[in-house]
Design a protein around this ligand. Structure first.
Ligand code: FAD
Length: 464
């Protein structure tokens, strides 16, 4: 909802600014005059090209800014996963508006074949020193548009390209933005640079271009990156069947003095290997819960499940003492909702990691204990409760939590599938904190939108 509202306000703002500089008489009516000239159609085409182009390039500039992982945006959107969702939906909106822009441009053949060229407006004057670049700017824009659409298709139909390759391609997106920003600057009518549109578009294109260059230089998150080292690694569960059984590894990281701590439930981008790049992992320990290393470095825990190509290699590759770059912390998944609502935590699979940190923060002796925290009912969905390497730890943490956390386990092997309606006990509306697979999250979301009056806080583990 917040994302739709943000995008709606953005597009409305650009439309109003465009209307302020557009000609008072749009000239679209009649579409075809008594002499058979399609003056109105040509004008309509022209206005559509301009407004859809402005929508599209402004959305792309927003995408570039969102990709910077700015702490301010993290705060405004209620979590970095939400910033990424906005980034994704802005990408889709930019592609749809770019299709409208391209479609309007291509409509000239159709208009000509029905009504002829009569009434087609002359080219608008553009920034004088870019007049000669019109042809190049048009071609560049067209090719960048095709690549943009291909990228959006590859993003939405995930099975077409493995994440690893998709991510490499995606890193080239700032280049497309720079090409499209040039297209926009070279072809935008001179009159559009006047107030108020020019005052919006000029800084937006400049900031978007700076953000694109920042991304291309590989500096995203640089100011929040900390050179840590691996303190220890443990395979959780049965080492003999380890990887096949999908056993997670626990990586304890020793943080440098530059690390200013985190809050329970936050995550970080972790880079074990410069060639691979950073992967997001939850910090699965409460602040100060693990104490310090003998060298005085603050310790924190990651619990990593071998879910994909890269994470499957980590058990073999990681060594104690190895350098690890940790960027963050990010996120606002604090498990603390309204006092008037019943607090329910729902974890499934590796989605249990933020709850490990939240539970640890409720253990006696962990400083500072949050006296205002409310009692919680936690539901944990696991494929096999008896073989789950985190089960015993989770049960202990829940049993000792202050304020209390009541645990209900849903074991897949015993056919105990969690249904959204199972969560409602009593009549108080629920505050649900969910982390787990997309499907279960969507089912909870559907239910929360109904008459149940639930509030769903969701940590999304999918960034594509
Ligand atoms: C906020 C957040 C917190 C997470 N916390 C944990 C955790 O505590 N423990 C854990 O085991 N997993 C966690 N994950 C998931 C973890 O990031 C992926 O499982 C891991 O990156 C998979 O990498 P892969 O190359 O092995 O898998 P692949 O087979 O390459 O990809 C599998 C899926 O993982 C995701 N993914 C892969 N690489 C990245 C990346 N660089 N950035 C973002 N997503 C990626 C994509 O959705 C992809 O479809 C978290 C994800 C997010 C977004």
């Amino acid at each position: 909802m917040r994302i739709k509202v943000a995008l709606g306000i953005w597009l409305l703002g650009i439309t109003l600014a465009w209307m302020a500089v557009a000609p008072a008489e749009m000239g679209v009516s009649p579409l075809v005059n008594a002499q058979g000239a399609a003056l109105g159609w040509w004008q309509l085409r022209q206005h559509t090209i301009y407004v859809s182009g402005l929508w599209s390039i402004s959305l792309m500039a927003l995408i570039m800014l969102l990709a910077l992982r700015l702490p301010l945006l993290d705060r405004l959107m209620g979590g970095m996963d939400q910033v990424y969702r906005l980034h994704k939906w802005t990408g889709i909106a930019a592609a749809l508006t770019a299709i409208a822009h391209w479609g309007a441009k291509e409509s000239s053949g159709l208009i000509k074949s029905f009504w002829g060229r009569a009434g087609k407006p002359e080219h608008d004057a553009v920034i004088p020193w870019l007049t000669d670049a019109r042809g190049f700017a048009k071609d560049l824009g067209e090719w960048a548009f095709y690549l943009l659409i291909a990228m959006v298709v590859l993003t939405l139909i995930a099975r077409l390209l493995p994440y690893k390759h998709w991510r490499l391609l995606h890193r080239a997106m700032p280049l497309l933005f720079l090409a499209l920003a040039f297209h926009a600057v070279a072809l935008m009518p001179l009159t559009f640079w006047a107030l108020p549109l020019g005052v919006i578009m000029a800084p937006l294109l400049a900031l978007g271009s700076l953000a694109a260059l920042w991304s291309l230089a590989g500096w995203v998150g640089r100011l929040r990156s900390h050179a840590a080292r691996i303190h220890s690694i443990t395979v959780l569960g049965d080492v003999a069947t380890g990887v096949e059984a999908g056993a997670p590894i626990e990586v304890i990281c020793a943080m440098p003095p530059s690390w200013r701590g985190h809050r329970a439930g936050q995550f970080a981008f972790v880079r074990f290997d410069a060639a691979e790049g950073a992967h997001p992992f939850t910090i699965a320990s409460a602040p100060n819960a693990l104490g310090n290393s003998p060298e005085g470095e603050q310790l924190l825990r990651l619990v990593i499940k071998p879910l994909g190509d890269y994470t499957r290699t980590l058990q073999r590759q990681l060594r104690a003492g190895q350098r690890v770059d940790i960027e963050g912390p990010y996120g606002r998944f604090d498990g603390e909702g309204s006092r008037r609502r019943q607090q329910v935590w729902v974890a499934a699979g590796v989605g249990v990691t933020p709850f490990l940190a939240l539970l640890e923060a409720r253990q006696p002796g962990i400083v500072p204990a949050d006296r205002d925290a409310a009692p919680v009912h936690m539901h944990y969905c696991t494929p096999h409760a008896q073989r789950d390497p985190l089960m015993a730890r989770l049960q202990d943490l829940c049993a000792q939590a202050q304020p209390p956390v009541q645990l209900t386990v849903h074991c897949g092997a015993q056919g105990q599938r969690l249904q959204p309606q199972d969560l409602q006990v009593g009549s108080a509306p629920l505050d649900i904190w969910f982390c787990g697979p997309q499907g279960l999250g969507d089912a909870l979301h559907q239910h929360a939108r109904g008459p149940s009056r639930w509030r769903l806080h969701r940590e999304s583990f999918v960034m594509r």
